[in-house]
Design a protein around this ligand. Structure first.
Ligand SMILES: C[S@@+](CC[C@H](N)C(=O)[O-])C[C@H]1O[C@@H](n2cnc3c(N)ncnc32)[C@H](O)[C@@H]1O
Length: 308
């Protein structure tokens, strides 16, 4: 690992990351001149990720990244999803807290393949918090589908919104409740719904339930209950259609897809088609770019919509 490039990556992040953020992408493969190496910084704990080789010599990293306490590694492998492996420094056996734009999130290096937060959504979370902070506290209901550890819900709640989080996993929803508590917010003031997002969207629509904001950030592939299989490249328009049906007139939607399989143009087509299929109109359509620490491939597609 070239020391010069590590120093450049470190200095670059220090100039773009504010002091109230302690977690970010520190190395973004080709974007920082390191093919097959991604690294995320979690308040001194460094998580390396590679597709092929396990890093062997971590000394250049220890030298280049002041304050590093631990180095872990995980193989990027969607079939064999394992927890990170310890390589150097303090063992991280307990969950710990990181800050993102002043909001706290619980991180774990021992609960599996994902550590509790997707750092590429930082700017979108902040945009939600800021958007809701401009409205009367408690006046905005936000539906967060595929919520995982409810990071979007926490951002919405930090802006004064009331969040409904839907996920197949009760373990992740419990993690989401802890994330709210970490920020001094009572989970009882929000809603947590276990189950298939497609199933629930249909049930909500039947009951006439509506939200002022809806967040769609699904996995690229999901095997649910009613709708057996979801593939982002084929089924996103249908998801948008169902979500639009539970959106108040004048509401907003954030539509994301974390995929290299679909171009931004194709995603935009699907999003627009979903809104049209729900017989609603767009009054605003804007794409958002990835956070500045994601210097490599822009795989995350994000669209902000206002719907009449
Ligand atoms: C990529 S994560 C979503 C990340 C999340 N939006 C965030 O901001 O952190 C995928 C999540 O979707 C959930 N999930 C997958 N299929 C689902 C489905 N059909 N209905 C509801 N949740 C689902 C998984 O349990 C997982 O927590």
């Amino acid at each position: 690992m070239e020391e010069g490039k590590l120093n450049v990556a470190w200095n670059r992040r220090q100039s773009i990351i504010t002091p109230d953020t302690t977690c970010y992408r520190l190395l973004d493969a080709e974007g920082d001149g390191f093919p097959d190496l991604w690294a995320e910084w979690f308040d001194g704990r460094l998580l390396l990720q590679t597709q092929r080789h396990q890093p062997t010599d971590v000394r250049p990293l220890v030298k280049a990244f002041p304050g590093v306490r631990s180095i872990y590694w995980k193989r990027l492998d969607q079939r064999d999803k394992e927890s990170p492996t310890w390589l150097w420094g303090e063992k991280v056996e307990e969950p710990f807290t990181v800050l993102e734009n002043g909001v706290k999130y619980e991180i774990s290096f021992t609960s599996g393949y994902s550590q509790g937060i997707f750092l590429d959504q930082r700017d979108n979370r902040q945009a939600i918090k800021e958007r809701l902070a401009q409205t009367e506290p408690g006046s905005q209901r936000v539906l967060n589908l595929f919520a995982y550890t409810c990071a979007f819900s926490v951002a919405a709640a930090a802006g004064g919104g009331i969040a409904t989080s839907v996920d197949l996993s009760p373990t992740y929803l419990d993690w989401g409740k802890r994330n709210l508590q970490l920020n001094g917010m009572d989970p009882a003031g929000h809603y947590f719904v276990k189950g298939d997002a497609f199933d629930w969207l249909q049930a909500f629509a039947k009951k006439g339930r509506k939200w002022q904001g809806v967040i769609l950030d699904p996995p690229t592939f999901s095997r649910g209950q009613v709708k057996k299989v979801f593939r982002v490249e084929e089924d996103y328009a249908e998801l948008v259609k169902l979500a639009t049906q539970v959106l108040e007139p004048g509401g907003w939607m954030l539509c994301c897809a974390n995929t290299r399989k679909v171009s931004s143009f194709e995603m935009e087509e699907q999003v627009r088609s979903g809104v049209a299929q729900a017989r609603r109109r767009l009054s605003k359509f804007q794409s958002a770019s990835m956070p500045a620490d994601f210097t490599g491939d822009a795989y995350l597609k994000s669209f902000w919509l206002d719907v009449t």
